[in-house]
Write a protein that binds this ligand. Structure first.
Ligand SMILES: [Mn+2]
Length: 404
């Protein structure tokens, strides 16, 4: 069987409008337009490579009930894929579930319903399911799992939060096992999921893992976290992951594609792309390429840093800039504003460096104390290596000598 290619993406968050503002020419928010342009460039890559499937792993939208206009605009942006016979696989993210009652369909389903008359569309909403495309790829779809829903279905609503997370993780792995067991062993099989794996949990970030603009506080400190080892041990050739906005290869076959656009200043300077995944005979992973998306330019510039001047000089028209002022400064210097204006860049955030805190230690002694006790106390905190008895003895001798 010849090699087969797919595009892996996710976290498009079309309706995130941070650092946007209405474009008077179109009536649309500039951030929305930028998000759509980034998705469109990923779609163009899919068309150019004539991939078998375009897999969007969740959080196409930020709001559980996005505006009708943004749903229509995303449908129009994805339409060329289905028109060209590329199978579209859409997975629910946590954002598609926000404030959507459990007995109602999510925006993922609405998007799929709009596109389905034009070609091949698969939607994995709420419940995990194995998708087999007519173009020859199997996708084990593991959408964002709502802890409350999973625990309610299992009748385990009285467990503590940590135990609840553990139950959701074991359920997820059981679903993955079931999907893999029911897959056709002669066809390529990948995982597509909207989930955090253990390399990117909050207390692992010090080791270099990144979350980008994915900082949803309701999930960051309490979310079920899948052990990556379990995904590596599964028979899938590639794990297409989403939820974390900074693209990264976690090792083995686990990849976060990252968001196609820079959504907030947290993503400034991060490379943005979609993943072109090539699968070979015998369900093997041949290669993963990052194909750059048309992401809006964002720069986070520390004016105290050596490269600040060079970075200000290289700004392009429309670039969004966050500045960090040197310690003690509270206003953006005139020449910096001039550099931004002449480049056509837009200042969207200014951070003032916190004033330096002078560390001072206060020694507390009793209100009424004798000089020898005070001196001994001072010595024990400030000169711990000194022989306090010797010093106080010498002090006593000195006082006697002076007063004699
Ligand atoms: Mn997410």
């Amino acid at each position: 069987m010849p090699d087969l290619q797919i595009i892996h993406t996710g976290d498009s968050h079309i309706d995130t409008v941070t650092h946007g503002g209405v474009n008077p020419a179109t009536g649309l928010d500039r951030a929305l337009e930028a998000n759509l342009a980034a998705v469109a460039s990923g779609v163009a890559h899919a068309l150019e490579h004539q991939v078998a499937a375009y897999v969007h792993c969740g959080d196409a939208f930020t709001h559980g009930r996005p505006s009708m206009e943004s749903v229509l605009l995303l449908a129009e942006t994805l339409l060329p894929l289905v028109n060209e016979g590329i199978a579209l696989v859409l997975i629910d993210g946590n954002h598609e579930r926000l404030r959507v009652p459990t007995n109602q369909r999510t925006a993922t389903s609405v998007l799929a319903a709009l596109l389905a008359p034009h070609g091949e569309v698969h939607v994995v909403e709420r419940e995990p399911s194995l998708v087999t495309t007519s173009t020859g790829v199997q996708v084990a779809g593991l959408p964002w799992l709502s802890k409350a829903t999973v625990l309610t279905e299992l009748g385990k609503t009285d467990v503590d939060p940590v135990a609840g997370d553990r139950i959701v993780v074991s359920e997820s792995l059981r679903w993955l096992d079931e999907m893999c067991a029911s897959a056709d062993g002669s066809m390529p099989l990948i995982l597509a999921s909207h989930v955090t794996v253990d390399d990117v949990k909050i207390d692992s970030l010090a080791t270099g893992a990144r979350r980008g603009s994915e900082l949803d506080i309701t999930h960051v400190f309490a979310e079920p976290i899948l052990p990556r080892a379990a995904l590596e041990d599964s028979p899938v050739a590639y794990a297409a992951l989403s939820h974390i906005h900074a693209r990264q290869h976690l090792g083995g076959k686990c990849y976060y594609s990252g968001s196609p656009n820079r959504l907030t200043l947290t993503d400034a300077d991060d490379p943005k792309s979609v993943n072109l995944v090539t699968l070979g005979p015998g369900n093997t992973l041949v290669s993963v390429e990052h194909l750059a998306t048309d992401a809006r330019a964002m720069h986070s510039i520390d004016l105290a840093a050596k490269d600040a001047g060079a970075r200000l000089a290289s700004l392009n028209l429309g670039a969004l800039v966050g500045l960090r002022l040197p310690a003690g400064q509270t206003q953006v210097p005139g020449d910096v504003l001039e550099a931004l204006t002449s480049a056509g860049a837009r200042l969207v955030d200014t951070k003032i460096a916190p004033a330096e805190v002078t560390q001072s230690e206060t020694v507390v002694v009793a209100e009424r104390t004798d000089p020898v006790t005070a001196l001994s106390t001072w010595l024990s905190t400030h000169r711990p290596d000194t022989d306090a008895a010797k010093v106080t003895q010498l002090a006593g001798e000195l006082v006697e000598a002076v007063s004699a």
